[in-house]
Design a binder for this molecule. Structure first.
Ligand code: HEM
Ligand SMILES: *[C@@H]1O[C@H](CO)[C@@H](O)[C@H](O)[C@H]1NC(C)=O
Length: 324
């Protein structure tokens, strides 16, 4: 009896040693198992508390993670605020109306209260994006942890690495290829535009400056839709808000339906069906029971693993908007 117990103890401890060795190579779902075992539960609780008051912000958390990872990797740099010497990522053109930064700091404060100086902002952003997507009834995925926070946050990095809403299909493909993603993954991940909102800033070129030609409306658009959208976004307006689709708090297939009906709000939305295999891919993804959710989850996992900073490099920021 006693020796069987001993055997079990030896087995369990060797498994723990093995797990620790595996972690050393990179990110791991159990990274904070000893140092902050409740981190996932704390983040989820805070995210849900915030989203119960404002469900529309789920999309804000999702976009924040994308914009963090796409610019020099998932290093928490997207939340660092500008200083007199440095125009930081939040002030990039491409980060227009980026949301959820104060809320990430609210979550960070709850995590710090339980585990001071332990969990990175990059990991909190990754967890919050997953939880927010789940809150909106979208897919879920396992988040490997252990990212550390970077100290560089430069607006022009964001404006050279993230895609712009006036990009045509080939430019979108090129942008994603630069991060190791193919055209199908680009279309799958663009499905995030099923929730949240966009401002007329991103819609303008679709209505008034298609391919850089003044006053040209995207000729691919459903004309009745374009007329309606012009009422919501008069020429020159940047700040009016337009919901991504008819269910802006829900991660469903309505966005792909809109795109197939030639009702994309942004050029980059409409373009999903203008490239090789684009239309057939969206026609497949939109079907109930398609593999869109599982492909989306796989895409988010891949995105969340883009060039993390690993210990001993980087830092654990105390608050997410200021480097230590
Ligand atoms: C394919 C190229 C993409 C372009 C050009 C693009 C561009 C944009 C733009 C211009 C907005 C509107 C921001 C605003 O005015 O408030 C937006 C919103 C959003 N984007 Fe993208 N995006 C792309 C891909 C993605 C990807 C891959 C994701 C996530 C995986 C994503 C997630 C979101 C979400 C969730 C919103 C709504 C944000 C909110 O409600 O605050 N986007 N995107
Ligand atoms: C339309 O796009 C072109 C090329 O990007 C730009 O030079 C021009 O200023 C834009 N016009 C308007 C009204 O935004």
């Amino acid at each position: 009896m006693a020796s069987a117990k001993m055997g079990a103890v030896v087995l369990v401890s060797s498994l723990l040693v093995l797990a620790t060795i595996c972690e050393a190579g990179g990110l791991s779902p159990t990274y904070y198992s000893y140092s902050c075992p409740k981190v996932s539960a704390i983040v989820k609780k805070e995210v849900y508390k915030i989203l119960k008051k404002n469900p529309n912000l789920a999309a804000g958390f999702n976009r924040l993670h994308f914009h963090d990872c796409w610019v020099n990797g998932c290093d928490g740099s997207v939340t660092i605020k500008s200083t007199p010497e440095n125009l930081a990522e939040p002030d990039a053109f491409v980060n227009f109306m980026l949301r959820a930064i104060p809320e990430i700091d609210q979550i960070k404060a709850a995590v710090e209260a339980a585990c001071p100086n332990t969990v990175s902002c990059a990991d909190i952003i990754a967890l919050a994006a997953r939880d927010a997507t789940g809150f909106a009834r979208g897919p879920t995925w396992s988040v490997a942890l252990g990212r550390r926070d970077g100290r560089r946050s430069v607006a022009t990095d964001a404006d050279t690495q993230l895609p712009f809403p006036n990009f045509l299909f080939s430019q979108l493909v090129q942008n994603f290829a630069a991060k190791g993603f193919n055209a199908r993954e680009m279309i799958v991940l663009s499905g995030s535009h099923t929730f949240g909102r966009t401002h007329c800033n991103g819609i303008g070129p679709n209505l008034y400056n298609y391919t850089g030609i003044d006053d040209l409306t995207n000729p691919n658009l459903d004309p009745a839709f374009a007329a309606k959208l012009k009422k919501q976004c008069p020429k020159g307006n940047r700040n009016n808000v337009v919901n991504m689709d008819a269910s802006p708090n829900k991660f469903d297939n309505k966005y792909y339906k809109k795109v197939l009906a030639n009702q994309g709000d942004m050029i980059s939305d409409d373009e999903l069906i203008r490239g090789p295999d684009g239309a057939s891919t969206v026609q497949y993804l939109v079907k109930p029971g398609s593999s869109w959710f599982s492909e989306f989850a796989a895409g988010m996992v891949k995105m969340s693993r883009l060039s993390p900073i690993l210990a001993p490099d980087g830092e654990i920021r105390k608050t997410c908007q200021v480097v230590n």
